[in-house]
Design a protein around this ligand. Structure first.
Ligand SMILES: [Zn+2]
Ligand SMILES: [Zn+2]
Length: 268
């Protein structure tokens, strides 16, 4: 049977201008040029199904952390003709505040997550400010409530969510981070999420400075490369270049990029 093909969209919902290169790499970077960060959720769809990957953050979280919220990431689904009530499946790559807010806005969804991520976010490592910082306890509590409502599916390692949509446990950045591999008309595209914030993190390689396990983080780059059909099929989690090199779907002002179409060459 032929493997289904999906459309894959990156929806930019927020940005953060006040970052420089030294904020974004674990190894010393002598340059101190601006290196902004964009925030995305992703939509995978074909005629049979819609899968949302991550749920972004809300206005409170944006204000608390000094991020610029462009639009509610769940509200932005309407730009693709998707109502929140139509979303049955949500992949949570991990529970950091910029990936796991707004759960309350998805009344029907089942949430797909690695068991290690939930254990991490609820366990002893959260006694450490360094690990806790990027989590928002309200998101974690929201998810735990969904566990008690039987709306969470736990995985330990690789899982095929549907033919052509695969979850890949990477770890590294957090204990249970997962990336998503999607079969498209141009081949296998991999949404790395925070396994690589920027193209440069995986290419140097030099991880983004939020790390639970450095060895897993570095091994993760090889895993991701092996799963994508080419370097042009890897989509980093926070890189503004995504918006520059992929074709817009609809009006550019909507900030929706079609990842199932080939990207332009990246500027040198
Ligand atoms: Zn993260
Ligand atoms: Zn992130």
């Amino acid at each position: 049977m032929k493997l289904p093909e999906y459309e894959v969209f990156a929806l930019r919902y927020a940005t953060m201008d006040k970052r420089t290169r030294r904020d974004n790499f674990i190894t010393h970077d002598p340059h101190d040029e601006p290196m902004p960060m964009d925030y995305f959720v992703w939509v995978i769809r074909n005629a049979d199904r819609v899968v949302l990957v991550d749920t972004g953050f809300n206005a409170r979280q944006a204000a608390e952390r000094g991020r610029t919220l462009i639009r509610c990431p769940i509200g932005s689904l309407s730009l693709l003709g998707i109502a929140p009530e139509q979303v049955d499946d949500v992949v949570l790559t991990h529970l950091h505040y910029d990936h796991a807010g707004n759960i309350d806005l998805l009344p029907r969804a089942r949430f797909h997550i690695q068991e290690d991520e939930v254990n991490y976010a609820c366990g002893r490592h959260m006694c450490q400010g360094l690990f806790r910082h990027a989590y928002d306890v309200e998101d974690v509590v929201d998810l735990v409530r969904r566990v008690y409502a039987d709306r969470v599916s736990f995985y330990d390692g690789a899982h095929t969510l549907a033919p052509g949509i695969e979850l890949v446990k990477i770890g590294g950045h957090t204990k249970g981070l997962q990336s998503v591999r999607v079969h498209t008309a141009r081949g296998w595209v991999v949404l790395t999420s925070d396994a690589s914030h920027y193209y440069e993190n995986m290419e140097k390689p030099s991880p983004f400075p939020i790390v639970f396990h450095l060895g897993e983080m570095l091994a993760g780059y090889d895993t991701l490369r092996n799963l994508a059909d080419s370097a042009d099929h890897l989509v980093p989690g926070h890189d503004p270049l995504v918006r520059k090199i992929y074709p817009f779907w609809g009006e550019p002002a909507n900030d929706i990029m079609a990842l199932h179409q080939p990207p332009k060459a990246r500027p040198a």
